[in-house]
Design a protein around this ligand. Structure first.
Ligand code: FDP
Length: 342
């Protein structure tokens, strides 16, 4: 039967699964292991999504009154997400080791499962202080190739500089749920269609504007900032039509959400060091590195104020760093202020 003109011109649905397979075709020597790994990750994302959307309905909300290694209060949903991601990823044979925000040490693959050539670092539920208020939260992931040769993965496999990432991404649980990722060939966003349970390509080849109009920072901390940071934020608030100032302010307090808006609209998100957090607050390995990889893939930049985030050599799993991330021109201006050149 001939295809009608209307059918021929109908939009093509690209599921995340199909996109992952097509991405792998870029590597002629690919074994399919990477496809399997991302497939497991998308399943983990759906399992976490299912629980996040039920959060107000079941008795899963609320703190367990324990603290995680970074000192934040651990919520029950954080634990659920942590366990779910670990269990979705531990038996596929793709990973040799994992590390998560919720655990002090690396997470080993159980002895009875095969070990693979990849390493996964993740923040299972970012923005946990926003959970009880039904504000956007997310999960962040970062994938490396192992550097040890075989057997169990080690800390050395995890502590690689961000430019060695082979994939990074996040899942954002907002007014809709999205899976945003990059394998080093641009940044692509998929929106979950809950009626079919599939992530569908909705944002292909995301590009961040070269310069934005929004700054995002917790200004409640400004009394603890260095003068250079204060001067940069004051500069953004000054009126000057020629340079598009003043900027607007937006701050959600969930890195995934503030980053996602910055990626789409442009501007700058910052979490500078301050007197209380001399190394900054955000974690390099599973918060800043994956976002830095994505922003660079989208044409933006990420810096700690002095250095490109992706070039920082980490010395510990839960290392913190100051973060200035977003549109290229805005991050460049931040660096100039921080280096005392303006
Ligand atoms: P949270 O503590 O709620 O988990 O690193 C975690 C994080 O949120 C980021 O998602 C967020 O950008 C930042 O901390 C918010 O910190 P402040 O509450 O200090 O602004």
């Amino acid at each position: 039967m001939p295809i009608s003109a209307a059918t021929a011109s109908a939009p093509k649905f690209m599921t995340l699964e199909r996109h992952i397979i097509e991405e792998e075709r870029r590597y002629p020597a690919a074994t399919g292991e990477f496809t399997g790994l991302l497939h497991d990750l998308s399943l983990a994302a759906k399992l976490v999504w299912r629980e996040v959307t039920k959060a107000g309905l079941v008795n899963i909300l609320g703190s367990t009154y324990r603290y995680n290694v970074s000192g934040d209060v651990v919520k029950k949903l954080d634990e659920f997400a942590d366990d779910t991601i670990y269990k979705a990823m531990d038996h596929g044979g793709h990973l040799c080791v994992m590390a998560s925000e919720e655990n002090e040490d690396v997470l080993q693959i159980p002895d009875h499962y095969p070990k693979g050539k990849y390493v996964l670092l993740y923040d299972p539920l970012d923005g946990s202080s926003n959970i009880d208020a039904n504000v956007t939260i997310g999960s962040i992931f970062s994938i490396y190739r192992r550097v040890t040769s075989k057997g169990r993965g080690t800390l050395e496999d995890c502590l690689q500089p961000g430019h060695k990432q082979v994939t990074a991404g996040y899942v954002i649980f907002g007014s809709s749920t999205m899976f945003v990722y990059s394998t080093g060939f641009g940044v692509h966003g998929f929106t979950l269609d809950p009626t079919v349970g599939e992530f569908l390509l909705s944002h292909e080849g995301i590009k961040i504007p070269k310069k934005g109009k929004i700054y995002s920072v917790n200004e409640g901390n400004s009394h603890r900032w260095d003068d250079r940071v204060k001067r940069f934020v004051d500069y953004l608030k000054e009126e000057d039509k020629a340079t598009g100032r003043p900027y607007s302010s937006r701050y959600i307090g969930t890195l995934v959400a503030d980053f996602h808006r910055t990626l789409l609209y442009g501007g700058i998100f910052m979490y500078p060091r301050d007197k209380k957090n001399p190394e900054g607050k955000l974690r390099l390995m599973y918060e800043c590195n994956p976002m830095a990889f994505l922003v660079e893939q989208a044409g933006g930049s990420a810096s700690n104020g002095e250095q490109r985030i992706l070039e920082i050599q980490s010395s510990s799993l839960h290392q913190r760093t100051p973060l200035f991330i977003g549109s290229k021109d805005d991050v460049k201006a931040a660096e100039e202020f921080l280096k005392g050149r303006r």
